[in-house]
Design a protein around this ligand. Structure first.
Ligand code: ANZ
Ligand code: ZN
Length: 819
């Protein structure tokens, strides 16, 4: 070992050693207990950032800990490699998306390796690899055949100039990012995954994650699924309106507040509602009104919800089902076509949006619910007692809802229904750099799945990517093919899949060894053994979509017979953001710290120690140069003091009682650190508080320096190397190799004697007479203390009944007994 600590010398060496000796590859012995530790895989943008470093240092520490404790550990890594940035780079820098992506992957792999992360190299893949696409296309076809994927009209951002579909992030202030043309909403047929079939199960099984996922994430998932129960009914159009709107005679609405039905003063429908389309088609609206509606239609729904409430009266009327009043029909920009039925019964007195809308357009406001305080301030959106509500007057909201719904059902006017906010998942993308949808369009046979033996349908390499249209559609030959059914001329589907599809099952693929790629998507025994993921570590930004889609895919693939897992991620740890100067580290803010520079200057161990020490994993981590320096100094001290160790292959046996005070104190600190390490993993609900473990190790190293017993140094280092290895592996392997038997590293047991602070002696008496004494550590648990005392004075207690037990903490124990 060198006299001075030079991380660049030892870190490379150990990284090579781990890799060349497959130290971190999982074993195929499925009789061993396992831990599947997963961190969210990165998008290969080109370089890793501090967020990645934090994410992977956390999962690595967990993985290394379990490995050391004789678990068979799977800790894989891969790349979420399809997606838009590669295409944008192609447009800007004239590189090929494939070349760009794979060269970024190479670079990031090097960077990850320089951190000494214990990933399984043999399980690695990128989701743009052909063999990954192959199985994804198989799943697509299975789901398509099962009816779990279907086609439906959707509104997409469309640039009329570039003739291309734009992703939301390519629309800047309603304009195309490239050419500044006003973006419109274009109706197009798209592929949808019927995730709504699983809405109830996705909701129900959140219960099994209670206490294992952050409660905040469970709430977000629940709200996103958004179950609500209510009444669905239809307003009939009056005769005159019916004659204007050809073929439509009623408007269906959904309400969760049937109790407010007597307060309805108008009906509002979405700009895309069939009635609106019919009126526009037949030119029955004034030009300015029609223009206003078309403008609403051309605004993406997300933007509509953020802009001011807007409306247009349609000049048609519906009949209130209970009062027979005539109510005007309005188009409103806040009514969504894809929720409920695209129509709302509007109750301005008791709904915020309806109230603002009624005020703006001078519509009547009718109060029908009264709260505790009268008069209530409108809108009064809470529940209360009904008034001006006919036969339902005087009922309270909940009861009124039940009765009104019952009345509607009995009279065949409407029915109770359950709605979910969750929408089917649109997966079509009109882009090149994605997994092709494996369907073929034949004039005779319709949409037909590609034959299994022809999978994967892979991307052509010679494409022109210039931001206009879909490159696959423009390719001169790629889409022309033969129909798998009739053999006639046919066209390939040119849509590719949303990248969220790839990240929905990558964790399943990791379970199977590389040699199975050709035969199966997942090896049965392997996936059964490794699933579920025991600890999933990643950013909170994925709390909704990614996790929901991954949960859905797991259930759908289960139902297709590929796996037998219900929930993919048993435990979830969402790490906090990395901040600098109080703001999230990001390129746009110009406050990024380059991990490579840190590793170069201080070494990977310092970088790892810093990110795990500066904050508990779930909390935000504020960058701090002083703390980084502090981490470096601790590691250097650890190196320098290791010369006090005497080489050994077994843990020295030490009689604690024979030690002097400083030696005892040092040993106590060491064992405290050890029990903290065990605690962190036993009680993982504490969120893997590595920071407190590290603090404890620092104290222990200081305490070791207060004494000069070589045996204590040796034992202390032996233990410290063990508990610090998951955090700062390079230096620990280096020191351990020099002084200890690496194979023996895991066998440490807690020496309870060392943990006792000091012992106190307290008297034990029976009926006030001293009959013995006990030597214990202060503040011993009362029950434990009493049991021990009873044994000590058992001969005095024999044959008598204990009436009372009196404990004066740390002073005396007295039994009141009757013989
Ligand atoms: C009348 C009413 C009165 C409503 C009241 C609320 C309060 P959740 O709970 O999210 O399911 N709604 C129904 N369909 C809609 C659509 N397509 N676009 C926009 N809003 C729609 O919301 C259900 C409520 O949202 C429904 O209950 C309806 O307004 C509105 F004092 O009906 B309510
Ligand atoms: Zn055909």
């Amino acid at each position: 070992m060198d006299a001075s600590y030079t991380p660049s010398k030892i870190e490379k060496k150990w990284q090579e050693y781990w890799k060349n000796n497959d130290i971190h590859e999982p074993s195929e012995d499925f009789s061993k207990p396992k831990k599947y530790i997963l961190s969210m895989f990165p998008y290969p943008s080109g370089a890793i950032h501090m967020g990645h470093v934090r994410n992977y240092c956390i999962s690595d520490a967990i993985a290394r800990f379990y490995r050391k404790n004789n678990y068979n550990v799977l800790h894989p890594m891969g790349f979420d490699a399809f997606g838009m940035p590669a295409e944008n780079a192609a447009i800007k820098h004239k590189t090929h998306p494939k070349k760009w992506t794979y060269s970024n992957i190479e670079n990031m792999k090097k960077e990850l390796q320089s951190l000494g992360l214990s990933f399984s190299n043999k399980r690695e893949f990128a989701t743009c690899d052909n063999n990954y696409t192959r199985w994804e296309q198989r799943f697509f076809i299975d789901m398509w055949k099962k009816g779990l994927i279907y086609r439906k009209v959707a509104y997409l951002n469309w640039c009329p100039n570039d003739k291309t579909v734009l992703a939301n992030e390519q629309v800047v202030d309603g304009k195309c990012w490239r050419c500044d043309t006003e973006v419109i909403q274009k109706e197009m047929d798209q592929y949808y995954i019927k995730i709504t079939d699983y809405a109830q199960e996705l909701l129900d099984s959140l219960d099994t994650l209670e206490g294992k996922w952050p409660s905040q994430v469970l709430v977000m998932q629940k709200n996103w699924i958004g179950k609500s129960r209510g009444l669905s009914f239809s307003f009939k159009l009056d005769e005159q309106s019916k004659s204007l709107v050809r073929g439509i005679s009623e408007i269906e609405v959904f309400t969760t507040r049937a109790d407010t039905i007597y307060g309805v003063t108008y009906c509002a429908i979405a700009p895309e509602h069939p009635i609106v389309k019919s009126l526009l088609r037949d030119d029955l609206l004034q030009k300015d009104m029609a223009d206003k509606i078309i403008k609403m239609q051309n605004t993406a729904t997300k933007e509509r919800s953020m802009s001011e409430k807007e409306g247009v009266p349609l000049g048609i009327f519906v009949i209130h089902p209970l009062t027979q009043e005539l109510l005007p029909v309005w188009v409103a920009n806040f009514v969504l076509m894809d929720y409920g039925s695209g129509g709302v019964m509007s109750v301005p007195a008791h709904d915020e949006r309806d109230f603002l809308f009624a005020q703006k357009y001078n519509l009547p406001i009718k109060e029908v619910i009264i709260g505790e305080k009268t008069p209530s301030e409108l809108p009064y959106i809470q529940e209360g007692k009904l008034k001006a509500s006919g036969q339902f007057d005087g009922l309270f909201s909940q009861e009124a809802r039940d009765e009104i719904i019952a009345y509607f059902q009995k009279s065949d006017l409407g029915k109770a229904i359950t709605n979910y906010k969750l929408k089917d998942w649109g997966i079509s993308r009109q882009r090149y750099w994605g997994a092709p949808i494996p369907l073929i369009r034949c004039e005779k046979c319709g949409l037909v799945a590609e034959k299994d033996e022809n999978l994967p349908v892979s991307l052509p390499e010679d494409v022109i990517i210039d931001g206009e249209g879909n490159p696959l559609d423009k390719h001169p030959t790629w889409k022309y093919c033969k129909c798998p059914e009739c053999g006639g001329d046919a066209n390939r589907e040119t849509d590719t899949m949303d990248t969220f599809v790839q990240s929905s099952w990558y964790f399943l693929r990791y379970t199977s060894p590389a040699q199975t790629w050709d035969k199966v998507p997942f090896d049965e025994a392997s996936s059964r053994y490794w699933m579920d993921v025991d600890e999933y570590v990643g950013g909170i930004e994925h709390a909704i979509l990614h996790l929901l889609y991954a949960r859905f895919f797991t259930k759908a693939l289960r139902d297709l017979g590929y796996i037998d897992s219900n929930e993919p991620f048993l435990n979830l740890l969402t790490q906090g953001m990395v901040l600098k100067d109080g703001a999230k580290m990001s390129k746009s803010k110009g406050n990024v710290v380059d991990p490579n520079a840190i590793i170069e200057k201080y070494g990977a161990d310092t970088a790892r120690l810093f990110v795990l020490f500066a904050a508990p994993p779930v909390k935000e981590l504020e960058w701090n140069d002083n703390a980084l320096e502090g981490a470096y100094r601790f590691i250097k001290r650890l190196w320098d003091r290791s010369k006090n160790i005497s080489p050994t292959t077994v843990i020295p046996k030490i009689d604690h009682s024979s030690l002097n005070e400083n030696e005892k104190a040092a040993r106590k600190k060491i064992y405290e650190a050890l029990s903290k390490s065990n605690d962190i993993f036993d009680k993982k609900q504490t969120g893997y508080a590595f920071n407190t473990l590290i603090a404890s190790c620092m104290e222990a190293l200081n305490a070791l320096g207060e004494q000069d017993n070589g045996i204590i140094w040796t034992e202390g280092y032996f233990i410290l190397m063990n508990i610090l290895e998951p955090i700062i592996p390079h230096i620990c392997w280096e020191i351990s190799k020099e002084y200890f038997d690496l194979n023996n590293m895991s066998e440490i047991f807690i020496d309870k004697a060392a943990l006792e602070a000091q012992s106190i002696v307290i008297p034990i008496s029976i009926n006030g007479k001293k009959r013995g004494e006990i030597k214990i550590s202060p503040n011993t648990d009362e029950r434990e203390l009493l049991e021990a005392c009873k044994i000590i004075v058992s001969k005095w207690l024999e044959g008598s009944e204990i009436l009372k037990e009196i404990v004066v903490p740390n002073k005396i124990v007295n039994f009141v007994a009757k013989s």
